[in-house]
Design a protein around this ligand. Structure first.
Ligand SMILES: [Zn+2]
Length: 126
């Protein structure tokens, strides 16, 4: 327990030292006329920080554009899927294709669903 605490405090101190070193290096670079290097570093840092935010908003926009909510054409169970993707109804397991904002059955129209019935085979005597 005590050992753990000491390790933690050492870790914190080394982190602070790292930041201090980075700050001193930046200041030195700036003082010897390499301010552009520091600036480009901060621009890069800002890009690294901003990129995930832009990515997140882009992803949300894409999800809102592509998320389709509607009823299953077979059992009318309401669920969500992605536009242009194939999925299965979570209620009845029917394979569905998401097209133009609604769910369509993959099986072509006119297909008649037939339940397989087990028939006991009986030998035919001539
Ligand atoms: Zn269904």
């Amino acid at each position: 327990m005590n050992q753990d605490f000491r390790n933690l405090s050492q870790f914190k101190f080394s982190g602070l030292g790292c930041w201090l070193t980075a700050f001193v290096v930046c200041w030195l670079l700036g003082s010897v006329g390499l301010g552009w290097l520091v600036n480009s570093f901060f621009i890069l840092l800002a890009l690294i920080l901003v990129a995930p935010v832009i990515g997140w908003f882009g992803f949300r926009w894409w999800v809102q554009r592509n998320l389709v909510e509607g009823p299953c054409p077979v059992c009318s169970y309401e669920f969500t899927g992605f536009n242009g993707s194939d999925c299965r109804c979570p209620s009845c397991g029917e394979p569905l294709k998401v097209e133009s904002g609604r769910f369509n059955r993959i099986t072509p129209p006119g297909t008649i669903d037939v339940d397989a019935v087990e028939v006991s085979a009986q030998p035919v005597d001539d």
